[in-house]
Design a protein around this ligand. Structure first.
Ligand code: NAD
Ligand code: TDX
Length: 353
């Protein structure tokens, strides 16, 4: 019998697929159930390495559907939840906020209610771990960092929906005693990220000699973390985090968008064996994102000192690994940019030129 039965939501997405693979490979004594609706962002091709593993099971379902979630709890004696399923792209939240309200707020609450119902206040050995984002803290000026005590100040429909879900998770801890933990991470990058996000979108465009759209003047700053380092932090927090706590996770790796894209262009020129400067010619400044947060930067000293976590890769190495992965996985990239992606791209970018 499995020592633990874990429900991982959103495990077919970017970060979720790395978390699922890490847990399935590292914990052969756990049963891992990947529960995912397979939206445009969910892709079972992210998980082919673990197909057929006896401790892994995929279930297609919607976290906002009570019956879908009940069915999983009926079938399996779940004792841990790692909740990553979400609508995750800020630009999409600007055009279609309701999808974010439904999945991120209603979906998280359905999961909380169902865990409460099935765990029946027998909380020994149980944990509801909610994965969140640094965007809930709002936007920083030139100085300072987000700590676990920074007041929430979300400014996009995406970050507001994630903030609401964080509040609900904390409310269930305080009101019902449900054992919960939350982590708020900075921008992730790495293999398997859907090419709507800045880095894979730019890699794909450079490969196809299409313009690289930089919002505004490219002065916005993000703190980038390799996805494998986020997955390692999630493993640590799941096993050693204190219930009721929050942990900030970040790369201590701030980049202005324009500087990041210039670095990426240099790496792409090298990998595509073309003269340096070739990719940079594709940089195109376009209309800014509405309400574009200026700067995110995480103070991750709590997880570093309490749990001994730190990022393992420098940005140069992580970015090169990422580019190598996208160039070696053309079939993956071609499949995800076919069909709906073209429509999305047209809608998002034609009006910005
Ligand atoms: P993603 O968009 O790549 O994947 C989301 C996954 O959730 C997909 O597989 C999708 O099919 C699934 N999903 C969406 N709606 C669902 C629903 N109603 N029911 C079941 N499954 C559903 O997202 P990601 O970038 O991997 O982010 C994962 C989590 O981490 C999210 O909660 C996000 O807010 C958080 N996060 C992301 C980043 C980042 O930089 N990407 C940083 C910090 C936190
Ligand atoms: O085409 C683009 N051009 C551009 O200049 C895109 C897609 C983005 N940008 C800018 C906007 C941001 O300043 O690049 C920066 C990064 O943008 P995204 O990749 O869309 O990420 P961001 O909005 O910072 O949010 C990400 O980090 C926190 C994730 O998408 C969230 O899920 C996560 O919570």
């Amino acid at each position: 019998m499995a020592q633990r039965v874990l429900l991982i939501t959103g495990g077919a997405g970017f970060i979720g697929s790395h978390v699922v693979k890490l847990f399935v490979n590292r914990y052969s004594n756990y049963q891992i159930i990947n529960f995912d609706k397979l939206t445009y962002a969910g892709n079972l091709q992210n998980l082919t390495d673990i197909d057929g593993k006896s401790n892994y099971q995929f279930i297609k379902g919607d976290i906002a559907s009570e019956s879908d979630v009940n069915n999983v709890f009926e079938q399996y004696p779940i004792d841990g939840i790692i909740h990553l399923a979400a609508e995750s792209h800020v630009d999409r939240s600007i055009t279609d906020p309701m999808a974010f309200i439904r999945t991120n707020i209603v979906g998280t609450t359905v999961l909380l209610n169902t865990a409460r119902k099935y765990w029946k206040e027998n909380y020994v050995g149980k944990l509801f771990y909610h994965i969140s984002t640094d965007e809930v803290y709002g936007s920083l000026g030139a100085h300072g960092f987000f700590t676990e005590e920074t007041p929430y100040d979300p400014r996009s429909p995406y970050s507001a929906s994630k903030a609401a879900s964080d509040h609900l998770v904390r409310a269930y801890y305080h009101t019902y005693g449900l054992p919960t933990v939350i982590s708020n991470c900075s921008n992730n990058y790495g293999p398997n990220q859907f090419p709507e996000k800045l880095i894979p979108l730019s890699i794909n465009n450079i490969k196809n000699k299409k313009p690289i759209p930089i919002y505004g003047k490219g002065e916005n700053i993000r703190d980038w973390l390799f996805v494998g380092d986020h997955a390692a932090a999630i493993d640590l927090i799941f096993h050693k985090g204190k219930p009721g706590s929050t942990y900030n996770i970040g790369g201590n790796n701030e980049w202005k968008n324009i500087d990041l894209i210039r670095l990426l262009c240099r790496i792409m020129d090298k990998k595509l064996s073309q003269p340096q400067g070739e990719s940079e010619k594709l940089i195109t400044f376009v209309k800014d994102r509405a309400g574009h947060d200026l700067r995110y930067a995480i103070d991750s000293s709590k997880i570093q000192s309490e749990l001994g976590w730190k990022p393992s890769l420098t940005f140069d190495i992580g970015l090169e690994k990422t580019v190598d992965w996208y160039l070696a996985n053309q079939a993956w990239l071609n499949a995800v940019v076919s069909g709906d992606y073209q429509k999305y791209y047209e809608q998002q970018y034609s009006k910005r030129e």
